[in-house]
Structure formats: structure tokens, C-alpha cells
Design a protein around this ligand. Structure first.
Ligand SMILES: [Zn+2]
Length: 61
């Protein structure tokens, strides 16, 4: 599993992020959260999430 440093989406190993096409990926993340409805989710709003999915709350350097 990897997390995109740009949008924080978590996905299976891929060369780039399927959501934003970002290529800055990391496997150092924790506190994952599944956001079903970004518009109604406070944490989703805070993180700038626009699409449902699994996201990393914190990403390591
Ligand atoms: Zn991304």
C-alpha cells in the first residue's frame, strides 16, 4: 500500500496516484481514514478530500 503525498489517497502499488496522477508516493503513513462522503465529512473537508476513498491522515517525511 502507498499513499500519495499530494492528495493522501491510499492505493495498491502503482507508479503514480490513480486520483491526481501525483508521482510523489510514500509507504510511510499512519492513521488511515475511509471517507465516504467528503462533502459531509469534517475530516475530509479539513484534508481537502474531494472524492470518496481511503486516505492517510498523517504522512511521514
Ligand atoms: Zn494523489
Amino acid at each position: 500500500m502507498k499513499a500519495c503525498k499530494n492528495c493522501r489517497l491510499i492505493f495498491e502499488d502503482a507508479p503514480k496516484c490513480p486520483q491526481c496522477s501525483g508521482e510523489e508516493l510514500t509507504d510511510k503513513f499512519n492513521s488511515t481514514v475511509f471517507i465516504f462522503d467528503p462533502a459531509k465529512s469534517k475530516i475530509g473537508d479539513k484534508m481537502g478530500v474531494k472524492a470518496p476513498g481511503k486516505y492517510a491522515v498523517r504522512i511521514g517525511k
